[in-house]
Design a protein. Structure first.
Length: 195
């Protein structure tokens, strides 16, 4: 999961690093329109956070992750191919919903699948990989856009998102997720020594 998040953070940060140029050059938006694009993503995040528990229980944790991976790919496709502000705004809104749901499910799965003695190390390693992905992505997005063109980071992001989805689709199967959410067996305590 840490590698998955790291890869997706590379492509997401690459996409967002040049979004201001895309908004100006392809969508013809000024500073207010650019801000509204981020407002769409934020509104999706708020909605996802408010309805997260209900949505996850309705579609299951397995399908929350799987659909989220498809939303991630769809965002890159919309940014790469569309010149419509409405399409891009909707894609960012859907990504915001996905981001909130992803955090709920991914963090829950990580905590449930990690032994208690390793929680701190696994959480810090995941954060390190995710933050590292952000740093690499910001640099990569600028380089790709300047060398190949403004939409290059989005096409690369689409390919990576499809590859990650295909590689991890079966990892997040129902049995694995159900095992993670199963109640743990009761812990047996040895009797205290008699003094």
């Amino acid at each position: 999961m840490a590698v998955l998040i790291g890869l997706l953070n590379v492509t997401l940060t690459a996409a967002l690093a040049v979004l201001v140029l895309l908004a100006d050059e392809r969508l013809g938006l000024g500073s207010v329109g650019y801000g509204l694009l981020f407002t769409c993503m934020a509104a999706g995040g708020v909605l996802g956070a408010l309805l997260g528990d209900r949505l996850v229980s309705w579609i299951s944790a397995t399908w929350t992750v799987r659909v989220g991976l498809l939303v991630e790919a769809g965002l890159h496709l919309a940014l790469a191919a569309s010149r419509s502000t409405l399409v891009v705004g909707f894609a960012l809104f859907a990504f915001g919903v996905h981001g909130a749901l992803w955090n709920i499910v991914a963090n829950s799965l990580r905590q449930r699948l990690t032994p208690p003695t390793l929680q701190g190390r696994v959480a810090s390693t995941t954060l390190f990989v995710a933050a590292g992905g952000n740093c690499v992505g910001a640099l990569l997005g600028g380089l790709l856009a300047s060398w190949i063109g403004i939409t290059a980071p989005y096409w690369v992001g689409l390919v990576v998102a499809i590859g990650v989805s295909a590689a991890t689709w079966r990892v997040f199967d129902r049995a694995t997720v159900q095992r993670a959410y199963a109640d743990p067996p009761p812990v047996e305590h040895s009797p205290a020594p008699v003094a």
